[in-house]
Design a protein around this ligand. Structure first.
Ligand code: IPE
Ligand code: IPE
Ligand code: MG
Length: 257
C-alpha cells in the first residue's frame, strides 16, 4: 500500500506549492494501543518519511512540519527528553537519505533552548543539504508563531536604530521579510491531523490566507492516501483573496484563452 504511486489527476497549477502540517495525535494513537505515548512519536516518524516522499513525487516545493512547539516544554520532563532524543536519532538516521533525494532541510524556531548536541546536529544537517534543489523541508522546532513575529519586530526595530529604516517606512513587507520562511511563498494548504481544530501558535502570520484542512486521522495513521485526500480537497477549492468568485473565474478564463 505504502509504495503505490498516486495518479492524482490534478493539474500542476492546482497543486499546493507549500504545505504546512501540524502533526498531531501521536500520544492518543499510542494510548489507544496501551503503549507509552513515546511509541506514538516513534510511529509518527514513519509518517514524516512517507509524507516527505509523496511531497517530492507530487512536485510540492515546500513542506513545513510542526515538530515541537514553544509550549511543548510544558509536557512531563520525561516526554520532552524522549522527544529530544528521537529528534536527534531521526536526524542522524534520515539526513543522508534526505540528502540523496535532493531535500533541502531547514529547522525553524528558537534553537538556542535545545541541547548543544542537537543544535550541532541540526546545523550540520542544514549545511549538508543547503545546496540541494529538491523539496524544501522545514521542521518547526521550539517554534511559536508569536515568537516568530516578536523576533521579526526586534529585527525591524534594530534596522531603525541603525538608521536603515524609518518608522514611516514600516509596512507589512518589512515584517514579512524578517519572519521565518520569508524566502518562501506562504503555505497554500494547512493540514492538522488528530481532530483538534486550532492553530496552536503555529505559523500565525504566514497562514493568513492558507486553505485549512482538518482531519480526525491521528498522525501515525496519516498515510499517502490521507495526504492525497487533503491535496484533492485543496485542488477543489476556489481561492478568492478578497475578490468575488466571478472575478476569479474571469481571471482563470483569461489565462486559458
Ligand atoms: C503531536 O502529538 C506531537 C507533538 C506535539 C510532539 P501529541 O503528542 O500532541 O499527541 P496527542 O495530541 O497527545 O494525541
Ligand atoms: C501542536 O500540538 C504542536 C505540534 C504538533 C508539534 P499540541 O498537541 O501540542 O497542541 P495543543 O496544545 O493540543 O493545542
Ligand atoms: Mg496533541
Amino acid at each position: 500500500m505504502s509504495m503505490q504511486t498516486f495518479k492524482l489527476d490534478i493539474p500542476q497549477e492546482k497543486l499546493p506549492r507549500h504545505v504546512a502540517i501540524i502533526m498531531d495525535g501521536n500520544g492518543r494513537w499510542a494510548e489507544q494501543r496501551n503503549l507509552p505515548r513515546f511509541a506514538g512519536h516513534k510511529a509518527g516518524v514513519e509518517t514524516v518519511r512517507s509524507v516527505v516522499q509523496l511531497s517530492g513525487e507530487l512536485g510540492i516545493e515546500a513542506l513545513t512540519l510542526f515538530a515541537f512547539s514553544s509550549e511543548n516544554w510544558r509536557r512531563p520532563k520525561k516526554e520532552v527528553g524522549l522527544l529530544m532524543e528521537l529528534f536527534l536519532t531521526a536526524l542522524e538516521r534520515e539526513v543522508n537519505k534526505l540528502h540523496e533525494s535532493g531535500v533541502k532541510l531547514r529547522v525553524i524556531g528558537d534553537l538556542s533552548e535545545f541541547p548543544k548536541k542537537l543544535q550541532k546536529r541540526i546545523q550540520d544537517s542544514m549545511s549538508m543539504t543547503a545546496g540541494n534543489n529538491g523539496l524544501i523541508l522545514n521542521i518547526a522546532a521550539n517554534y511559536g508563531g508569536k515568537w516568530d513575529i516578536t523576533q521579526a519586530v526586534k529585527k525591524v526595530v534594530q534596522q531603525i536604530q541603525e538608521g536603515d529604516l524609518t518608522v514611516d517606512q514600516i509596512d507589512e513587507q518589512s515584517i514579512a521579510d524578517n519572519l521565518a520562511l520569508s524566502d518562501l511563498s506562504e503555505p497554500d494548504l494547512f493540514i492538522r491531523t488528530g481532530g483538534e481544530q486550532r492553530i496552536s501558535n503555529f505559523l500565525i502570520w504566514q497562514l493568513a490566507y492558507s486553505e485549512l484542512y482538518f482531519t480526525r486521522v491521528l498522525w501515525p495513521d496519516f498515510d499517502r492516501e490521507e495526504f492525497a485526500t487533503a491535496v484533492k480537497s485543496f485542488a477543489s477549492r476556489q481561492r478568492r483573496f478578497g475578490h468575488t468568485g466571478n472575478q476569479i473565474l474571469e481571471m482563470e478564463q483569461g489565462k486559458n484563452a
